[in-house]
Design a protein around this ligand. Structure first.
Ligand code: AMP
Length: 216
């Protein structure tokens, strides 16, 4: 199965990806996670990307395209992959088309997670994550037992720099301007499925199972 998850920041792409992965043994490729790992490790890529990420802007297309191009050729992608957070611009989508053609493979579906902007702002300003193990918390719906301390590993629980409200509003306008046009792009190709992002953590998995598409 080869699918793309498209949705505003905070639509729940990561959560849906975890649920899909529990059923299908495919590689989960989150460009945001790859970039954050590079920032943490202090690589050249991370140093270049950090400024864009902290400001809620997109990292330049050529950087992201090269990163995904090499990732998609790793062995764990043979069984399929789930792209989370890529493509985010029309040039990225066009580059992906060319790459897939070169690799002789095609997409099974592009799933749009539909969510209201104000829901996103509430979800993200209250989101927290463990610096050490990555466990996700929410100050309203899933608080840590001890303030700022991870229940799972005792690590420090913090707010992502790009989860501050001004940055979130910026990320949302970037989404509407640059990423939303991909909905029409993939709809024209007959690949688009739309899911209500408030429909629970297994909403996308259920839809894929219902279709029991060529998604094997
Ligand atoms: P995410 O975790 O997917 O919300 O991504 C966090 C940040 O990483 C974004 O706000 C961008 O700065 C950057 N980023 C992730 N994926 C992409 C992409 N496909 N194109 C450009 N920038 C990206």
């Amino acid at each position: 199965m080869r699918i793309i998850l498209v949705g505003a920041p905070g639509a729940g792409k990561g959560t849906q990806a975890e649920s899909i992965k529990s059923k299908y043994p495919i590689a989960h490729i989150s460009t945001g996670d790859i970039l954050r790992a590079n920032v943490k490790a202090g690589t050249e890529l991370g140093k270049n990307a950090k400024g864009y990420m902290d400001a809620g802007k997109l990292v330049p297309d050529e950087v992201i395209i090269a990163m995904v191009e090499s990732r998609l050729q790793e062995p764990d992608c043979k069984e399929g992959f789930l792209l989370d957070g890529f493509p985010r611009t029309t040039p990225q989508a066009e580059a992906l088309d060319l790459l897939l053609e070169k690799l002789g493979i095609s997409l099974d579906a592009v799933v749009e997670l539909n969510v209201d902007d104000e829901v996103v702002v509430q979800r993200l300003t209250t989101r927290r994550g463990c610096k050490f193990c990555g466990e996700i918390y929410n100050t309203l719906f899933k608080p840590t037992k001890v303030d700022g301390v991870c229940d799972k590993c005792g690590g420090e629980v913090i707010q992502r720099d790009d989860d501050k409200e001004s940055v979130i509003r910026n990320r949302l306008s970037v989404f509407h301007e640059q990423t939303a046009p991909l909905i029409a792009y993939y709809s024209k190709k007959g690949l688009l499925l739309t899911v209500d992002a408030t429909g629970g953590k297994d909403a996308v998995l259920k839809l894929l199972e219902q279709r029991s598409c060529s998604c094997k």
